[in-house]
Design a protein around this ligand. Sequence first.
Ligand SMILES: Cc1cc2nc3c(=O)[nH]c(=O)nc-3n(C[C@H](O)[C@H](O)[C@H](O)COP(=O)(O)OP(=O)(O)OC[C@H]3O[C@@H](n4cnc5c(N)ncnc54)[C@H](O)[C@@H]3O)c2cc1C
Length: 416
Amino acid sequence: MLETKVCIVGAGPAGTAAALQLAQLNIDCIIVDKAVFPRDKVCGDGLSGKVITALNRIDPAIATRLKEANFKLNSWGVTFVSPARHSLDVGYRPDYNSKDGSHKETPIGYVCKRMDFDNFLVDEVKRRKEIQLHENVNIESYELTSDGYIVTGNKGSFQVKAQLLIIANGAHSSFTKNVANITIEHKHYVAGIRAYYKNISGNNPDNFIELHFLKSLLPGYFWIFPLPNGEANVGVGVLSEAVRKKKMNLKKSMLDIIENDPVFKERFKNAELTSSIEGYGLPLGSKKRVISGERYMLVGDAAFLIDPFTGEGIGNGLYSGRLAALEAAEAIRANDFSAAKLAHYDAEVYRIMGPELRLSHRLQKLVNFPWLFNTLMKVSSRNKQLQELLSCMFYEVDLRKKLAKPSFYLKLLFNR
Ligand SMILES: Cc1cc2nc3c(=O)[nH]c(=O)nc-3n(C[C@H](O)[C@H](O)[C@H](O)COP(=O)(O)OP(=O)(O)OC[C@H]3O[C@@H](n4cnc5c(N)ncnc54)[C@H](O)[C@@H]3O)c2cc1C
């Protein structure tokens, strides 16, 4: 049986971030994944500024290598389209100016196939001698003993004993469900599907990602995220509660939009589907949960940390992985792996991500009131101050707190 201080289950963004941060702290760990990399992951492939910020905090050299990588497309902003088709372009940088091009120096957002991005992170893991990576190992059981966790995989042929576990095995984590007792609640969970297309027309010249809040999908949306080589990631995400209530078939809904919606019919006229259409769950951070316990911490999707408005989970996965590693270092130093000690991890996660998750939950609810959403979008498209604030939302996390106040929206709607 292998022995280690920290075992990380899952080598997606959250698990690799935890491993890389531990390595920076000179702490050895074992990281296990059932897949062999490069592997695909159903996703929109959108990477916001948070991704570079998080990688930079772990190790600026990793952030630099990602900035230099050529498998991604630089994106300078987001286009929101309301149910009444009011469109609002929000640059990621407050100084975004589509005309003079000065913003082009430093892109903040990227679109990048997960096949490439996750493999980039695993390559970073492979550079570090402090990290032992085991691919092709499917973890099946966890046993808590007096001095650690015994983790078993591949029908008993793989075993690790660890003082501490970092659970990073994504939205379908059995540990999250069976040990941490966090179960799916359909009002805090999104069902999503994704496909790759080539040759869609009408894309934004600065590669803005597009979120279309179409009437037929509310409270969800249809997205188009441009990729290198004329490809795009196209998908639909809808709150599971609505999918069940309306008995929606997301694949059918998406194909119907592409084939019959007057705007998209035109834009997809020469487009070609280049992949299968795949679905996966998005566990939302719209409800606070207990994400640690005796000898374990949950990170990324296993901790239900996806942004409830944008569906973004990679940034929060990286952030939570890093925070778990910092907490692990402190637990090892104190030789204390109790639930009480590790509860500090929960406090840190929600101190840092809580305000933004709460704001996004509010915005998500707003989408349930199309008239309010339409009005907000209409007002925003004419209000420079609000546009700046919205772009700060992507650029500067602290400024988002301003947006989390209900009075902000009331003022906006009624003091125009
Ligand atoms: C349709 C859709 C669109 C999305 N769009 C975006 C987007 O555009 N931008 C964004 O930021 N986020 C997006 N997300 C969310 C994003 O995909 C996740 O938040 C992100 O992948 C979470 O990273 P993670 O490391 O926690 O989990 P994952 O990326 O799921 O990684 C988990 C890893 O654990 C491994 N694993 C699972 N079970 C086991 C086991 N038993 N034993 C060993 N290994 C195991 C898996 O092989 C996998 O490598 C989207 C999600 C979906 C479903």
